[in-house]
Write a protein that binds this ligand. Structure first.
Ligand code: FES
Length: 146
């Protein structure tokens, strides 16, 4: 490979990487563990944990994760809109593997079950919906009863 072909190859690789970065950046689906406060029988977190500020622009995360000592798996908190959030335990109801969030849905790496962002089974082998938590909103705070 001569120098010109090498530079052309690297250029296309960079363009491809930039495009992938743009696409993934656009869906804002990267995993983020939110800061929270233990409060009575649950936890509270500010709505601002869903906001990403960077390079002069603001984006909204679709979901955040919360790790409570009360459960061996993280809790997935999905934002439907400013006043509606879902909170689900990331434990597959088939045989107990940890689920992987993909923005608006969850998959199980063990046997392929899929769940919606409200915890409903989309694809077997799991048959039961996910464990959900009661969520209430007060002003700028999300309270999740554990
Ligand atoms: S443990 Fe999740 S599909 Fe089997």
């Amino acid at each position: 490979m001569n120098r010109k072909d090498f530079i052309k190859g690297v250029g296309f690789a960079c363009l491809g990487g930039g495009l992938i970065s743009l696409l993934t950046d656009g869906c804002a689906s990267s995993v983020y563990f939110a800061r929270f406060i233990l409060e009575g029988e649950g936890i509270s977190l500010p709505k601002s944990e869903f906001t990403v500020i960077g390079k002069g622009r603001t984006k909204q995360r679709k979901f955040v994760l919360v790790k409570s000592e009360k459960y061996p798996f993280p809790i997935y908190v999905f934002k439907h809109n400013e006043e509606k959030y879902s909170a689900l335990l990331l434990e597959c109801t088939h045989k107990g593997c940890e689920l992987v969030p993909h923005g608006e849905f969850l998959t199980c790496p063990c046997h392929g079950s899929e769940f919606t962002n409200t915890g409903r089974v989309q694809n077997p082998p799991a048959e039961q919906n996910l464990q959900t938590f009661n969520v209430t909103i007060k002003d700028e705070t999300i309270f999740i009863k554990l």
